[in-house]
Design a protein around this ligand. Structure first.
Ligand SMILES: *Cc1c(COP(=O)(O)O)cnc(C)c1O
Length: 384
């Protein structure tokens, strides 16, 4: 970790396994740089084996994979899609681009995930889908969510951007709904700079997913020798990454378990170090339900007030510790007001989002750095 500035704790530091450039050189040597070459194929096979899905397809981002889900589910003007407001903009944008209305429902106090008990009341005749965002790699209550969706004939998209290598009742996140999306953005656990994947669990959607991803053509089938020429079949766009990105990603997938284990170890150290502060009523630590195995994607604390968060972030800044808050809820952002609709009160979303602080967490974070973060946190919390 010699390239880590030792007097400073960054929020994130992209971790390389050491084989990325080797595989990129191999892709270069193969002379195959466009998408869907040998490295993409390896990544697809890995993701399919890991998730047990019908089809995994690399995309250039999780945003792109979400846009594909909106196309695949035939989302149209005026359709409604239920989702949390406490999420990244792409969750909503993908559906707004098709003319749909994101319907924001409140989150649970414990996991900050969509409150499954508030979903049913938000369903109207225009509702087409529910998007389950697994915040911090901790799963939504998928059993309940899926049964509500099935009862009302709705599709389920899992935004598992943060959920790589995490699971719910033994099932990898992204593999439970009709469709799932992953992110390999450099701020996530397994990375390729920019990158993502679409996980197709409903096998009836697999072939169309391939077509939409390849500009609306059946090029995939052509290369497998299933058709003798490829033609324009459907609407679509170019959603696939080039081989250099896939080669980089392959190095990361090979090491995905080790990366996850190291992040979980850092997560657990924070959790232990912060226990006395929680016991003293100075903050709340993350809550992970017993049927969820998380992936150490992020560690956050909830402070008693927005005011205390402000004081802490200021103090961290003076110490060159870079901690950050997270989403400005979509329902209170300009585009969220313009394109979305809220259902019921979003009190928990407002309350939790304004007092949450994410602590530095990356592969290579040292015990010393973690102790320093926690001791500053303790000092700030006690003087507040
Ligand atoms: C990171 C993230 C995305 C977007 O991922 P990209 O790969 O950057 O497009 C979408 N949803 C959630 C919940 C995320 O955390």
């Amino acid at each position: 970790m010699s390239n880590l500035p030792f007097d400073r704790t960054p929020f994130n530091f992209p971790h390389m396994t050491g084989k990325e450039l080797l595989y990129i050189a191999e892709a270069h040597f193969n002379g195959k740089l466009a998408g869907d070459g040998p490295f993409t194929k390896r990544c697809h096979e890995w993701l399919e084996a890991h998730s047990g899905c019908a089809r995994a397809l690399l995309t250039h981002s999780c945003t792109a994979a979400l846009e594909m889900t909106a196309l695949l589910l035939d989302i149209e003007q005026g359709d409604e899609v239920i989702m949390p407001s406490y999420t990244f903009v792409s969750t909503a944008n993908a559906f707004v681009l098709r003319g749909a209305v994101p319907v924001f429902v409140d989150i649970r106090e414990d996991t900050l995930n969509l409150d499954e008990e508030k979903i049913e009341d938000a369903i109207t005749p225009r509702t087409k889908a529910i998007v389950a965002v697994h915040y911090a790699g901790v799963a939504c209550n998928m059993d309940r969510l899926m049964s509500i969706a099935r009862k009302h004939g709705l599709k389920v998209v899992e935004d598992a951007a943060q959920g790589m290598m995490a699971s719910y009742r033994g099932k990898p996140l992204g593999s439970i709904g009709d469709l799932g999306t992953l992110s390999f953005h450099e701020t996530k656990n397994v990375i390729s700079g920019e990158g993502g994947a679409l996980i197709v669990n409903d096998k009836n959607l697999a072939q169309r997913a391939e077509i939409i991803r390849e500009k609306g053509t059946d090029r995939g089938r052509f290369f497998r020798g299933e058709v003798d020429k490829y033609t324009w079949q459907d609407i679509g766009s170019s959603f696939l990454p080039g081989e250099l990105i896939a080669a980089f990603l392959w190095a990361q997938l090979e090491d995905a378990q080790r990366i996850t284990d190291q992040r979980i170890a850092s997560w657990q150290r924070y959790h232990q170090l912060l226990e006395p502060l929680e016991a003293a009523g100075l903050l709340r630590r993350p809550i992970v339900p017993s049927d969820c195995i998380h992936n150490g994607h992020l560690y956050y604390v909830l402070l008693p007030s927005a005011h205390q968060r402000e004081a802490l972030l200021k103090d961290f800044k003076m110490q060159s510790i870079s901690a950050v808050f997270h989403y400005v809820p979509l329902h209170s952002s300009p585009a969220g007001v313009r394109y979305g609709r809220t259902h019921g009160s979003l009190d928990i979303t407002d309350l939790q989002s304004e007092r949450l602080v994410r602590l530095p967490l990356f592969v290579g974070l040292t015990e010393d750095q973690q102790c320093q973060v926690v001791s500053r946190l303790a000092m700030s919390a006690k003087t507040a």
